[in-house]
Write a protein that binds this ligand. Structure first.
Ligand SMILES: [Zn+2]
Length: 113
């Protein structure tokens, strides 16, 4: 049995966003934002650019703020779907697939017939 070492190849130190150092060396600074779930995101901005007041958390989508102790609340239009929304979406997905399958079948029948 070849026991796979799945974690091998994980690069340490590479940014999660796949940031890479490019030739251009405009000075940048990192600004920390915290979302209501306590995630910290640290986008970088050009030194002469003003950092935005809030930054959407890349992990959960909630807006993050500069104050770790007082992160902004989730916005009124919740990014998270309710269970019902999920069910509806899944249903319409299935419907769409059925319609597509039907259309394909018809096309195929026409071509062969
Ligand atoms: Zn978050």
């Amino acid at each position: 049995m070849a026991g796979g070492n799945a974690i091998r190849g994980t690069r340490v130190g590479a940014g999660p966003m796949g940031e890479s150092e490019r030739g251009e060396s405009a000075p940048r600074r990192r600004v920390s934002y915290w979302c209501a779930n306590g995630h910290e995101s640290r986008p970088s901005f050009a030194v002469d650019a003003e950092e935005p007041e809030s930054w959407d958390c890349p992990r959960c989508g909630l807006p993050g703020g500069r104050d770790q102790q007082a992160p902004p609340n989730a916005p009124r239009n919740e990014p998270y779907k309710t269970h019902l929304a999920y069910v509806k979406e899944r249903r319409s997905d299935a419907d769409g697939e059925a319609i597509l399958a039907e259309a394909l079948a018809k096309l195929r029948a026409q071509r062969e017939g």
